[in-house]
Design a protein around this ligand. Structure first.
Ligand code: 9D3
Length: 253
């Protein structure tokens, strides 16, 4: 059974960027996964379909009401239960959460279903957490206007890891030596653009030389720009040799 992704959001239309375009759009179209939306507004009881209110204690902005969120999350869970699926991991996209990284993405792609909650306004009524076991996931330390873009980022990262979502060329690249390192520079035609030459080694047809050059570029960039990525990463003998070369070239500290 293809994984099923459920998103609780006031703005399901925003997700066309995910479901209708590119790698993720093709995966949805080819039914490699399902993506469905649950709008808290559809779970309101009042004539105005109210989903937010002013914060107790005062202050700026609005808070999402507990009831429509609780009813929407309960409805998703009930449907999964009816289908005999286990309790899904439920994720609230929030600045207070664990930072999204590739290791979390690799965990999440193993799940048969995920429920994502995207918030708006100042946040959600805290009592939602008493009713549902929500993990919190953040994209990083900057202020966005809501959880929809983060939910799309998370799903894009997860969906491209579903087997068959990437073309063969892409997936081979993902698996190559370079994971955990920054990417190497890329070149395509023309060979010479206004005197800017592409590296000869890439056009020589020696695949071993090309691999070595790319790995060396990746290691060099990573050491210079993101030394934190090298700290806990195991190194192959080839990587150690190339890093040694780079260090000797750079000279004494
Ligand atoms: C200016 C509002 N802030 C007051 C201190 C709090 C705040 C409330 C709601 C900040 C951001 C948001 C909306 N953000 C998200 O829903 C969100 C988010 C983000 O803003 N940054 C990084 N990751 C995420 S995940 C969800």
């Amino acid at each position: 059974m293809a994984p099923q992704y459920h998103v609780v959001t006031l703005f399901p239309e925003m997700f066309a960027a995910l479901t209708d375009f590119g790698v993720s759009g093709r995966a949805v179209k080819n039914q490699l996964c399902g993506v469905r939306f649950w709008n808290p507004r559809d779970f309101t009881q009042d004539n105005y379909h109210t989903v937010d209110d002013r914060p107790f204690g005062g202050g700026p902005g609005m808070v999402m009401l507990v009831e429509p969120l609780d009813l929407a999350l309960t409805a998703v869970k009930a449907e999964l239960l009816r289908k005999g699926m286990p309790s899904p991991r439920m994720i609230y996209l929030s600045p207070q959460g664990r930072r999204l990284d590739q290791s979390l993405v690799q965990e999440l792609v193993q799940e048969p279903a995920l429920v994502l909650l995207a918030g708006r306004y100042e946040g959600i009524d805290e009592r939602v957490f008493a009713r549902h076991a929500l993990e919190e996931v953040s994209l990083g330390d900057y202020v966005l206007s809501g959880g929809e873009l983060p939910a799309m980022v998370l799903l894009d990262a997860v969906i491209r890891q579903i087997p068959g979502a990437l073309g063969h060329a892409d997936s081979a690249k993902e698996d190559s030596f370079s994971d955990g390192l920054l990417d190497c520079p890329h070149y395509t035609r023309p060979e010479d653009y206004l005197g800017l030459k592409s590296p000869q080694v890439l056009r020589g047809g020696n695949h071993a030389e090309v691999s070595r050059w790319r790995l060396r570029q990746s290691l060099s960039r990573t050491a210079l720009r993101r030394p934190d990525l090298l700290e806990h990463r195991a190194m192959s003998p080839m990587e150690l040799e190339l890093l040694g070369e780079l260090r000797r070239e750079a000279g004494p500290e």
